[in-house]
Design a protein around this ligand. Structure first.
Ligand SMILES: [Fe+2]
Ligand SMILES: [Fe+2]
Ligand SMILES: [Fe+2]
Length: 498
């Protein structure tokens, strides 16, 4: 049918993209508003079981429904205050104007009713035709719910963005009035929120023109509020913590058992093809290469040793967790990954140099010390209100505020020893005390060394020997330089094996 053909035809896709540029150019909403909205509409359509062809129609209608706004004078669109009766009349023309603009594109015929009726209210009080209930096309009802949600959630000149919980409450309150109640229920479920915050505002104002215009989103997304919201969602179990995969636990148990043979360990590792392959290529990499090439996990494990096997498996599994779904954040995850790995090597070298027992433990501490950042990147990249809308500095601020305690939450969840938990929550420094545990000092220093080598976020140069942690560990500049050089070499080697 039409909707699908529209999507498959490349020329038409280009036309739609061009029209979308025009809609976005009206600057009623932050750039990307319509794409974000369309994506959510499709999810809702799928959730209520609309066939793919209708979901595709909703997608297109969501992208283009406001194109008629180009006929509304910008001083009305951007008016900072209530609209007069006359101005409202102008605004109410826009669904009709959208239809008029698109009417000559034959593949779009099927979506015109969705566009015409996107401001109808469920009780019949909307415009342009005052349709009520089931007489409003389902796609139009979907657009109304989703767009109202997004519009309330963006910042306004006179108020910060409302939290997701508050906005969803607002939708709840207007079930059967503005919105189809069943859609609201499904949408609330889709957003995975509980309705436990009190509603604070008056009637839901459907999008745009009737309310003062939103400014571009960037200025209102306060890192403090994002951090707070992430905490709230974690507390309510709405953001899933990365799970420590069973295989790591199995491997740990096996290694801790003195009776485990390398065959036993191989049997566990072999359950996961990807881990097996990586482990073998590590055994055959320049760091471990022996006289002959190993061809099985059974041969690989004795060569690299039990503890190193555990490390390599942790590295592989945690690297998987460092992958973000949305492309924009892949870069973040890569930096995070390199920083964690370099910190892990640094912590192990430091522990070795200081002749601490069990340098492997320090390796693992370095690897997970910033795990809270992984959760933050994951949350931001998966939240339609935040993704692609935060400046680098805002993301960094959220991390600065929240990564330590979130890291603690995750490690406790994973049942890591208390010492790991302390490292996650207290490694930032820069000041430490007589009583500060040496694991915290080592990881702080390792993390700074990693960043100084370019594996991190902070670009300003630090004098490693001047750090409180370095002084307390009694490490001089020459030693730190030598150790940094070794981290650099190991990182370069490991880039080949992972
Ligand atoms: Fe509209
Ligand atoms: Fe950190
Ligand atoms: Fe760090």
């Amino acid at each position: 049918m039409e909707a699908r053909e529209v999507q498959l035809n490349p020329l038409f896709a280009e036309i739609v993209q061009t029209l979308l540029t025009i809609v976005d150019g009206a600057e009623m909403y932050p750039r990307g508003h319509y794409k974000r909205m369309a994506a959510l509409c499709v999810k809702l359509a799928e959730k209520i079981g609309l066939p793919p062809i209708e979901a595709a129609a909703v997608n297109l209608a969501a992208l283009l429904h406001d194109i008629g706004m180009v006929y509304v004078p910008t001083d009305i669109i951007h008016k900072n205050g209530e609209l007069t009766e006359d101005e409202m009349l102008v605004v109410r023309q826009h669904p009709g104007m959208s239809v008029k603009i698109l009417a000559n594109l034959s593949p779009l015929q099927s979506i015109l009713p969705l566009i015409r009726h996107h401001h109808e209210a469920f009780d019949g009080s909307g415009y342009p035709d005052g349709l009520a209930g089931d007489r409003i096309p389902m796609g139009a009802r979907i657009i109304h719910v989703v767009e109202s949600f997004l519009v309330m959630a963006v910042p306004r000149p006179y108020r910060p963005p409302k939290s997701v919980t508050v906005v969803l409450n607002e939708l709840e309150k207007n079930k059967g009035i503005f919105f189809d109640g069943r859609l609201v229920d499904e949408f609330v479920r889709l957003m995975g929120q509980k309705m436990d915050a009190p509603a604070q505002t008056t009637a839901a104002q459907s999008h745009g023109p009737a309310a003062p215009p939103p400014k571009p989103a960037e200025e209102g997304l306060k890192p403090e509020e994002i951090a707070k919201e992430i905490f709230e969602q974690v507390k309510r179990g709405k953001i899933e913590l990365p799970v420590l995969p069973n295989i790591i636990q199995e491997i740990q148990t096996a290694i801790d058992n003195p009776n485990t043979t390398s065959d036993d360990l191989a049997r566990i590792v072999e359950k996961d093809a990807i881990i097996s392959i990586r482990l073998m290529s590590t055994a055959n990499s320049p760091i471990y290469m022996g006289q002959y090439k190993v061809r099985s996990i059974r041969e690989a494990i004795p060569r690299i040793g039990f503890k190193e096997t555990r490390n390599i498996v942790s590295v592989i599994v945690s690297k998987n967790m460092f992958q973000a779904k949305s492309k924009e954040y892949v870069k973040w995850m890569e930096i995070l990954w390199a920083h964690s790995l370099a910190s892990a090597y640094g912590a192990r070298l430091l522990a070795d140099h200081l002749r601490y027992m069990d340098p492997e433990k320090y390796f693992l501490m370095g690897l997970v010390h910033d795990i809270g950042k992984v959760l933050i990147i994951k949350s931001i990249s998966e939240n339609p209100l935040w993704q692609n809308r935060l400046e680098r500095s805002q993301v960094e601020k959220v991390m600065q505020i929240a990564h330590n305690s979130l890291g603690g939450v995750i490690l406790r969840h994973w049942k890591f020893p208390k010492e790991f938990f302390e490292v996650a929550t207290s490694h930032e420094g820069p000041k430490f005390f007589e009583t500060t545990g040496r694991a915290i000092l080592v990881v702080h220093l390792a993390s700074q060394m990693a960043s100084a080598l370019g594996n991190g976020y902070l670009k300003e140069t630090v004098d490693l020997a001047e750090l409180d942690s370095a002084k307390r560990l009694k490490l001089d500049a020459a030693t730190l330089t030598a150790l940094s050089e070794r981290i650099k070499t190991i990182m370069a080697d490991s880039a080949k094996s992972f």
